[in-house]
Write a protein that binds this ligand. Sequence first.
Ligand SMILES: [Zn+2]
Ligand SMILES: [Zn+2]
Length: 396
Amino acid sequence: MMKDKIKSLAKAYKQEVIANRRHLHANPELSYQEYNTSKFVKEKLEEIGITIIESKADTGWAALIKGKNPEKRVVALRADMDALPIVEANDVPYKSQNPGVMHACGHDVHTASLLGAAKILHEVKEDWEGTIKLIFQPGEEVAPGGASFMIADKVLENPRPNGIIGQHVMPFIEVGKVGFRPGIYMASADEIYVTVKGKGGHAAMPETLIDPVLIASHMIVALQQVVSRAASPKIPSVLSFGKVEALGATNVIPNEVKIQGTFRTLDEEWRAKAHEKMTAIAKGIVEGMGGEVDFEIRKGYPFLKNDPELTNRSQQAAEEYLGKENVLDLDIWMAAEDFAYYSQEIEGCFYRLGTRNEAKGITSGVHTPTFDIDEDALEIGAGLMAYLAVSELEKA
Ligand SMILES: [Zn+2]
Ligand SMILES: [Zn+2]
């Protein structure tokens, strides 16, 4: 049986997947600078015997594994390869050797798992029909997102995949378990940069000034109406301003106030409308109070929608592979992920791989200096991905 074959291979290759993950973890590279990582991935693919490898988006790869009857259907599997500008605080043998850079989002896990899945799929390629496209992409962490460059570089063409599956570590899920959510899953994320300009001077003479601090305060409060009044209560939206900089003093009103924030939601139409609304409110308040405003919205990733059918089929396959009790239903997650670019183009399924182990003290969230995983997750990360791909080629 295919399932048992894949399971036993995942077990057999587990130590190798762990070694690859440790190598990647010790040698992290920032977004769009994944040159050694990229070289490593290509070498490993060639070692497996995969020969159809195309360079994409500078450091990315698209590789093909052809089964029997390769024209039948195409399923893509995706991993991201970049690390974060974080100083690792873990004291482990595979600690980052690149100071100030750390695989704190588990992209080392995704890359090592996909290499493991590739090895398994290549080994059993006489047993399945269709083509599997492996996608290793750069720059998930930094806008505009490596996925957008991969797509611009035609990663979804020749052959065009029928669907794409991606996995991401989840430190809130126990190792041994995975999570799925058909439909809307993750948010769009846009960065907001505002400068409110007034006229500074001595704080004792406000009548001669235009106070940008007061104006900015009104503007921030007013903008919350976008989320509380203009947004449909049925569409989750978040507007947060995490940075407000007014460099005056007790007796000095500054000339300007700089503000940074984020807007996140789960609907592309509303997202565009919200951008217009926020700009209009900011302009209205600031100009009404005599100031001027630069209101810049830098568009980030779109919201992430999991194709309901592909995701239901994948969830069912995961239940076959891991047992029903080990497959969880996920809630909406307001973070963003550039996998969303693929799932806007073709059917997508982005699922979560549990990596938590409280008994071993492995509980830190992603993007923290103490993030780590229980490496038992790698056996599932490689094996389940291979099984999902084969099941999808079979079922659909
Ligand atoms: Zn991340
Ligand atoms: Zn990530």
